[in-house]
Design a binder for this molecule. Sequence first.
Ligand code: 3HC
Length: 279
Amino acid sequence: MGAGIVEVFARGGVDVVAVEITPAALERGQATLTRSTDRAVARGRLTAADRDALLGRVTFAVGLAALGEVDLVIEAVPEQLDLKRRLFGELDRICKPGAILATNTSSLSVTEIAVATERPSQVIGMHFFNPAPVMKLVEVIRTVTTSTEVVEAVEALCARLGKVDVTITDRAGFIANALLFGYLNQAVAMVESRYVGREDLDAAMKLGCGLPMGPLALLDLIGLDTAYEILDTMYRRGGRDRRHAPAPLLRQMVTAGLLGRKSGQGFYQYAGPGSSTVV
Ligand code: 3HC
């Protein structure tokens, strides 16, 4: 999601430092940004000059050192609490005093991430939805320690970026994922039990319920590894609700490297890694 979030800010006229952990990951992120903005130009949604200006607002860097002078960091690393806590500890040391540290976590505790820093009043959740440049919502998560000034600054920023924010407190899955993931998990269980095939299941929800895409196609978009981690966290944090116990098939597909669009195969097969074209 990092590349999508970078695009949202650069489109909104904000200078962005896009940081990745390795040159190869940075290249993938750059390619995603280029593909997305090129598509916007091809569809007549963006002029070539505006695309160039947008890309000109983004500086790419490997490593956290490039973040010393920024006003806001949005972290979008994998959904693992230890990893996020370690990262926030480092960001706290590197970023200037007053910088806001936001996490794009989908289901982990923002509070537990905040207390890994010496500035928990400046830590907040900013949860974007996939694809970030398209989906309007940002869930803003305030913890018991987040300052009101930080909440208001982030809400104002969402408005500047053309997003609609809902501000909530820190609970597993927040609003949207708490409701969505029981449904997605149930869809996997239905296919696993061979009650229905993948195309029929997706058609039922798309054509019968007016959703933009079926649940299996949506899981491929989200990434099966991410979906698994979200379900697992919600299951453990949310009182072991059976609806969130990850379907065994999901676990098997992740183990086999079938991660959805990002790997080129999930419930559907795609033209290549990162492609949205089903073959
Ligand atoms: N990046 C940037 N832009 C994209 C994009 C991407 N990955 N995919 C599609 N778009 C843009 C297209 O360029 C197009 O823009 P335009 O209208 O300005 O020309 C617009 O989105 C519509 O795209 P398409 O015509 O290609 O296809 P669709 O009309 O089928 O829309 C979709 C694609 C927006 C992905 C739509 O199917 C959709 O809304 N799906 C549901 C997405 C959803 O539910 N997201 C939430 C997932 S949960 C989550 O993210 C939480 C997290 O914690 C896991």
